[in-house]
Design a protein around this ligand. Sequence first.
Ligand code: SAM
Ligand code: FES
Length: 355
Amino acid sequence: MKDLDEKTIRLIDRLEAEHCLTLEEYRYLVEHESQEAKAYIAPKARRIADQVYGHDIYVRGLIEFSNYCKNNCYYCGIRADNSRCDRYRLTEDVILKCCDDGYDYGYRTFVLQSGEDPYYTDDMLCRIISKIRERHPDCAVTLSIGEKSYESYKRYFEAGAQRYLLRHETADKDHYGKLHPARMSFDHRMNCVRQLREIGYDVGIGMMIGAPMQTSLNLAEDLKFIEQFQPEMCGMGPFIPHDDTPFRDQPAGTLDMTLYLLSIVRLICPHVLLPATTALGTIHPLGREMGVEAGANVVMPNLSPTEVRQKYLLYNNKICTGEESAQCRGCLQARMSGIGYQVVVSRGDVKRPVA
Ligand code: SAM
Ligand code: FES
């Protein structure tokens, strides 16, 4: 291939065949991101995704049920110290109604996401989870509510939540310290990720692409961690600054690097559930379509009530904050069929590699 160095080609070919590289090799790939490398790897990643998942795209109905957060991640728009954030909490009834509506639109997975909000006790959360499972036994419940104790994770699992998204954010302890205040702990977060696996959840990890002060080595460490942990899901979107955070002046992550990394992760973990994120759709109008073409196989349209959508702002200019849930579903369906893929009505479980 023209303009693409031999070593990049060799590494991509090996990754395709063996699904692993050394840390230094991952770093080399990250540092040699280019249009040519992307054009070489994306069809391979897409071919692998097609072999495992065909042209099916799984949808997850995302319910952002609270934007209160006790934490202060420097990058996040709903951090506790952002006094300009207009806070809200959804009641149990509203959350259940979102799921009922979502069920009618064809969703079979509900993702309950929030800031770290102690207002919702474990009893409340377990009641909500079991009610969703009772009303919709053919649906999966995914939680994305941050760091909790082992006992809490176990209780949610026993109540019927089977999947948990907890992005590791960065696999490098020093880098973690640059993104979070001192009272937040890298070791604690990584421990939570391991506990979720131990309990039996399908675990989603992930990181922001182009996070402030992220180096090529940091991304290589993320890739090595993904290779070793073998997550069921991996959420990767570009970092996008939010005006009311300490990182307001930091540059956003790029479309190209995000797409390239999606392809790399697909080659590392052929079976992983890989979302084309809302953040990707925010930095480019066709970001999610391009994400699918680079190897993604999941989209997560918003099911939150329209009145609260524009309040769950993790970053500037977030898309899909004005639409009704039904519109979001229809829009994504049209976008996916526009590139030859179909949104499917199913729980969209991970397909496990045959041992
Ligand atoms: N509180 C839960 C947690 O900590 O896992 C879930 C909600 S948290 C807001 C969801 C994810 O949003 C984070 O894991 C982070 O990677 C992402 N995020 C936060 N701020 C962002 C930003 N400025 N740009 C892109 N992604 C961001
Ligand atoms: Fe809420 Fe980071 S600001 S978890």
